[in-house]
Each structure stands twice: as structure tokens, then as C-alpha cells.
Design a protein around this ligand. Structure first.
Ligand SMILES: [Cu+2]
Length: 135
């Protein structure tokens, strides 16, 4: 009986709070050059990605056709922030939603896209575990 209730407690704790296994990623913006560092990452649905401006006149905006749409600098457009290009020491966080599962989220700095200041987030989905089969 005691073992059973301990197990139930453990299961209850595991389901509270952030999605199981959610990871916070950080992508640095500018600083030493017209780059995102790292520029290409992998993430899961439920993870967050925080863009941090290390210096320079930058923002981060999703590419046309991206499964996730955002435009951020001092916060994000549409959620109380302002995505206009800024040289402030801003940071902004996006959450990878289900809409981006299995997709690639391309992003760029609107000031320096032409100089190659671009990146991408490749999204996989933990629900893929359902497709496991055992022979
Ligand atoms: Cu820039």
C-alpha cells in the first residue's frame, strides 16, 4: 500500500508544471558580428527559444511561410512588445507550439538578412514515440 501511494505521488509530481522534458534554448544575436549564435538548432514542441541581443542594431523575425510567426526585439509584436529593430540589450522568448511540429522555423534579422544574418529551428515532436512498434 505504501509503495503504491509513493508511486502515485511521483507520477503526480511529474505531470505538474512545464511539459515533461521542455528545454530552454538560447540564441545569441549580434555581438561580434552579423550572426545568430548558434544559427541552427533542434527543438521539441513545448521548448522555448530565447533570443538575446549581445550588441548591435537587430531584431528577429520569422521567415515568410514559417509554421510559427513572430517578430521580436523588445518583446514581440502582438503580445505587448515591439519587434522593431533595436540596439537595446533586449531579449525575447518564443515557445515552440504544436503548429511547428515537424517543421523548420526560419528566421532572420530584418536589418541584416541580406548580409546572411539568418537561422533556423528544426522541430521534432515527442509524440513521435507513439509510432514505435515492437516485433
Ligand atoms: Cu541584425
Amino acid at each position: 500500500m505504501r509503495k503504491t501511494s509513493s508511486l502515485l505521488t511521483a507520477l503526480a509530481l511529474a505531470t505538474v508544471g512545464a511539459p515533461a522534458g521542455a528545454v530552454g534554448h538560447t540564441i545569441h544575436v549580434g555581438g561580434g558580428g552579423l550572426v545568430f549564435t548558434p544559427s541552427n538548432i533542434e527543438a521539441l514542441v513545448g521548448d522555448t527559444v530565447t533570443f538575446v541581443n549581445d550588441g548591435g542594431f537587430h531584431n528577429v523575425a520569422s521567415d515568410a511561410g514559417s509554421p510559427l510567426s513572430f517578430r521580436c526585439a523588445n518583446g514581440c509584436d502582438g503580445s505587448g512588445g515591439n519587434g522593431d529593430i533595436s540596439n537595446a540589450a533586449w531579449s525575447a522568448t518564443i515557445t515552440i507550439s504544436q503548429a511547428a511540429a515537424h517543421g523548420s522555423i526560419g528566421f532572420h534579422c530584418e536589418a541584416h538578412e541580406g548580409a546572411g544574418m539568418v537561422g533556423s529551428i528544426s522541430v521534432t515532436n515527442p509524440v513521435d514515440l507513439q509510432s514505435f512498434s515492437i516485433d
